[in-house]
Design a protein around this ligand. Structure first.
Ligand SMILES: [Zn+2]
Length: 325
């Protein structure tokens, strides 16, 4: 957490959150790939191997074909990894919606996805990817025909749900254009399919964020209406991304965040930049001359009481600013 101290040198709260990544355990996926059930359609170039533009014949790339990489499987309602979807190769003709940026700092965690779900081919969007999460909570065709979703996200969320009770998913996968349209950061993990914006029913946003951290989240963001949890440091799904070496335990780039404290006619605000979506949580304290807390408040603007000697704001649990009055 960044700490800015302005004015009086009062003690500051330590709101740094712990983070203990855990290894993922997943049973090996088995069984032959099922035949495409579509009928009556011409061969779909989306689903094929690379084709020679002159002959239309598949190009022998010399690479062994791994049928497991043509399918993406999820835990499913029974947690037996039998809910699977066919994948299609990315095509440049899909345009800007799926034109991913070059990997951030060359990081394998920001590789361009190579294979996608074709949402127009998913017959039942209400099917369960895990006991308490459905397909449509993360992927919607109205936001774009193709999408990706990393199974490790669903595993982690089900574990959280088992502990915390119902969780509403406000946002799952976003394609490049959709993400830009909602003000998402260029390298938002939502475009890489391992992030979710969550609203708990039975616990506080703070408790949910702490649980994400305890469950190995690579990054947790606190907003006014939700908690953003992503697992950017987990190995990337090989069925979606080209295999790339991942160094276990490597921390990957976090958002570049900033905030300032401003005051106008006695009201303080803390404009912030770099957050991925929505307004970050702002937690205010008014302190007396001895550094004791005399009032606390959560909201976008704050007017401290007249006897306050200092005001402190923590923005998104990331940036702390302390200002003497
Ligand atoms: Zn988010």
């Amino acid at each position: 957490m960044s700490v800015l101290i302005l004015g009086m040198g009062l003690s500051v709260l330590d709101l740094a959150l712990g983070c203990a990544p855990e290894p993922i355990e997943r049973p090996l996926r088995e069984g032959p790939r099922e035949l495409d059930q579509d009928t009556g359609e011409p061969p779909d170039t989306d689903t094929g191997e690379p084709q020679d533009t002159d002959t239309g014949e598949p190009v022998d790339t010399g690479e062994p074909v791994d049928p497991e990489l043509d399918r993406l499987c999820f835990p499913g309602p029974q947690m037996d990894w039998t809910v699977c979807f066919d994948l299609v190769n990315h095509q440049s003709s899909w345009g800007a919606d799926y034109d991913y940026p070059e990997p951030l700092n060359g990081s394998a965690q920001y590789s361009k996805p190579q294979r996608f779900l074709d949402l127009s081919k998913v017959a039942d969007v209400e099917q369960k990817l895990a006991p308490n999460f459905t397909f449509e909570e993360f992927l919607a065709e109205r936001k774009g025909r193709y999408g990706i979703l990393q199974p490790h996200l669903i595993e982690r969320l089900q574990e959280l749900r088992d502990d915390l009770g119902p969780l509403t998913v406000n946002s799952g996968y976003r394609n490049i254009s959709y993400n830009a349209g909602v003000g998402g950061a260029t390298y938002s993990r939502h475009v890489y399919g391992d992030a979710a914006d969550l609203k708990p029913s039975n616990v506080s946003l703070s408790a949910l964020g702490a649980a994400c951290d305890d469950n190995g989240a690579g990054y947790v963001g606190y907003y006014e209406t939700h908690v953003h949890c992503d697992w950017r440091d987990d190995p990337q799904e090989p069925a979606i991304f080209e295999p790339a070496p991942i160094q276990p335990g490597t921390k990957h780039p976090l958002p570049d965040l900033s905030a300032t404290l401003q005051v106008q006619q006695g009201w303080f605000t803390a404009p912030a930049e770099g957050w991925d979506e929505g307004e970050p949580l702002r937690e205010w304290l008014a302190l007396d001359a001895g550094g004791q807390v005399i009032e606390s408040f959560v909201g976008r603007s704050y007017q401290p009481p007249e006897n306050a000697a200092a005001v402190q704001v923590v923005v998104g649990r990331e940036i702390q600013i302390l200002q003497g009055l």
